[in-house]
Design a protein around this ligand. Structure first.
Ligand code: KG4
Ligand code: ZN
Length: 341
């Protein structure tokens, strides 16, 4: 079964072809970073219009580079939500239109399920059950994954998502959009321990996160300081250490609580080197394993949508309602994948 995957939920246009036997055959990504940089964040209407410009040429490119013709394709998976509604509509319309003309099914995929399953594109792929740490620009959550569509939320953020906290703090430090990777880079030259920020919720029971207080702590700590380059780097380091400690601490708790020993990291913040290193250290010391997607598949991409869509389409899942774009869509509403789907 060969599936075209389309991702347009935010500011990246991602397209890929995944084949049950051959695996990932082609993937292309166009990032709108330069388009939004002047505004310091994603401008939804500009994002939608750019997806309109870029999506069809990218589809043509992956079809060509995977050596596929329309007759080879068995279905189209597109990100149906959650995300920016106008941006989602572009992927949804193109996917549905193409599927109609090719005579194949189109299936709406949950963006976070795409992230959650992305590490299964790697070798070795994690086996279920596992605990997933989903940390993106819009979500921070720990999920117990028993099977495809069998998701139990163990804890999530009460306010800002981890990526959002990175982006907002980066802005405070005068770093350009997108802030997360820029802050992580600055933190590399920062000295540890110069700024010690709170580890939000780490010592509280439960697996909830909260990051907005951390951002306020950064504002207070830097208010009367002369911000030399080294001071900015030290603040970045202190902030990153606090977020990483919190995420790692809560993940370790989630493993203990569920009795599982595999962790899958997903979403844009999963590209953070300090987080990857710390998690690996702590989890392997407990006798567990950590799985990550390759760096380019931590952030938004079409490959994860093609892969998740392929799993569901191969199981015979069909959408009751064709063409759906959903700004909000709880992960736990997804149907489990069963043999008779
Ligand atoms: O998963 P993603 O590409 O998009 C969403 O679904 O939100 O995640 C984007 C988020 C942004 O907040 C970005 O700043 C953050 O991931 N991010 C990082 C790093 N790379 C991306 N945060 C910290 N360190 C990084 N290296
Ligand atoms: Zn994402």
């Amino acid at each position: 079964m060969r599936i075209l995957g389309i991702e347009t939920s935010c500011d990246e246009t991602g397209v890929a072809v995944y084949d049950s036997e051959k695996g990932l055959m082609a993937h292309e990504l166009y990032s709108q970073v330069r388009l939004h940089a002047d505004f310091g964040g994603v401008v939804p209407e500009l994002a939608s219009r750019d997806h309109v410009r870029k999506l069809v040429p990218l589809v043509k490119r992956v079809m060509e580079s995977s050596g596929s013709t329309r007759g080879d394709m068995d279905g189209i998976a597109y990100t149906s939500g959650p995300g920016l509604i106008g941006a989602l509509m572009v992927g949804c319309s193109v996917a549905t239109g193409l599927a109609r003309s090719w005579g194949v099914p189109a299936l709406g995929v949950h963006h976070m399920e795409g992230h959650l399953l992305a590490s299964m594109l790697e070798d070795p792929a994690p086996k279920m059950p596992f605990v997933a740490l989903l940390v993106s620009g819009g979500h921070s959550m720990l999920v117990e994954v028993r099977g495809v569509g069998q998701y139990h939320t163990l804890g999530e953020t009460l306010d800002d998502a981890a990526g959002e906290a990175f982006d907002k703090t980066a802005k405070l430090l005068g770093l350009p959009y997108p802030g997360g990777p820029a802050l992580a880079k600055l933190a590399e030259s920062g000295r540890p321990g110069v700024f010690v920020f709170p580890r939000p919720m780490l010592n509280k029971p439960g697996l909830e996160f909260s990051f907005s207080g951390l951002k306020t702590a950064v504002v207070i700590a830097t208010r009367d300081l002369e911000m030399t380059e080294q001071t900015r780097a030290n603040v970045a380091r202190g902030f990153q250490d606090a977020v990483v400690d919190t995420l790692v601490g809560k993940t370790v708790k989630a493993l203990k609580q569920t009795g599982l020993n595999r962790v899958v990291v997903a979403g844009g913040v999963g590209a953070n080197r300090a987080l990857r290193e710390q998690l690996k250290k702590k989890v392997t010391a407990m006798g567990g394993q950590v799985y990550y997607p390759r760096l380019e598949f931590c952030t938004d991409n079409g490959a994860m949508i093609a892969f998740a869509g392929h799993l569901r389409l191969a199981a015979g899942q069909v959408d009751d309602c064709p063409m759906q774009a959903r700004a909000r869509w709880p992960l736990t509403e997804l149907p489990p994948l069963t043999a008779n789907h």
